[in-house]
Design a protein around this ligand. Structure first.
Ligand code: ADE
Length: 202
């Protein structure tokens, strides 16, 4: 599966995507992640990506042009016009394990990270095909939300969890059915591992 992320802050993704399961999933070829700086698609010397909205209102709004250019570059490069373009926004549908499973069926998604007060409405009307929120709170931008979506979806892809997933794919891949876990020592600060788990453990 391929994720293309459109953002004004590409550096934010480096740490998260270069560790643990996400790095291994990329190394093994299960996922590919492209990070695209929207600013690179803004024209002119100053590469302006935002400006005050028509009618005023105080804040800054992301301009349509650079976002369309970035998304269309990805879409044209993929040679496919039906790639979902998902805007990360607090107004979106609430992300869940079910939505992660839905996205895991796609071969390719574009994740658009919103910022500031908002985004030119024409992006939502004519480019975006879905809007996702990761919770009922307002973040500074969609970057964290995009990381959450990539992580949750990647875990659901066949073979990503490897041997762990094969042991019990439902509980290990969703994390929803698991009981409590304990590790050695058997007694830690007087708190014991439950007897039912101790029996048969060497
Ligand atoms: N951008 C800002 N807040 C957000 C949220 N809760 N979910 C997704 N994107 C966001």
């Amino acid at each position: 599966m391929r994720f293309d992320i459109l953002t004004l802050f590409p550096e934010m993704f480096e740490g998260y995507f270069t560790h643990s399961i996400l790095q291994r999933a990329q190394d093994a070829g299960h996922i590919e992640i492209g990070i695209h700086n929207i600013r690179d698609y803004a024209p002119g010397k100053h590469r302006i990506t935002d400006e005050p909205p028509y009618g005023g209102g105080g804040g800054m709004v992301l301009k349509a042009g650079p976002i369309f250019s970035a998304a269309e570059t990805v879409i044209d490069g993929a040679g496919s016009s039906d790639i979902p373009v998902i805007l990360l926004t607090p107004q979106g549908r609430l992300f869940s394990q079910e939505i992660a499973a839905e996205l895991a069926c796609e071969a390719h998604v574009i994740l658009l990270c919103g910022r500031y007060e908002g985004i030119d409405e024409r992006v939502r009307q004519h480019l975006v095909t879905d809007e996702i929120s990761i919770g009922d709170y307002v973040l500074t931008g969609g970057e964290l939300a995009a990381m959450v979506v990539v992580d949750a979806v990647t875990r659901l892809l066949p073979d990503v969890l490897g041997a762990i997933g094969a042991a019990d794919s439902d509980s290990f891949s969703t994390g929803l059915l698991e009981g409590p876990h304990y590790t050695r020592p058997e007694t830690f600060r007087s708190w014991q591992v439950p007897g039912v788990l101790r029996s048969g453990h060497a």
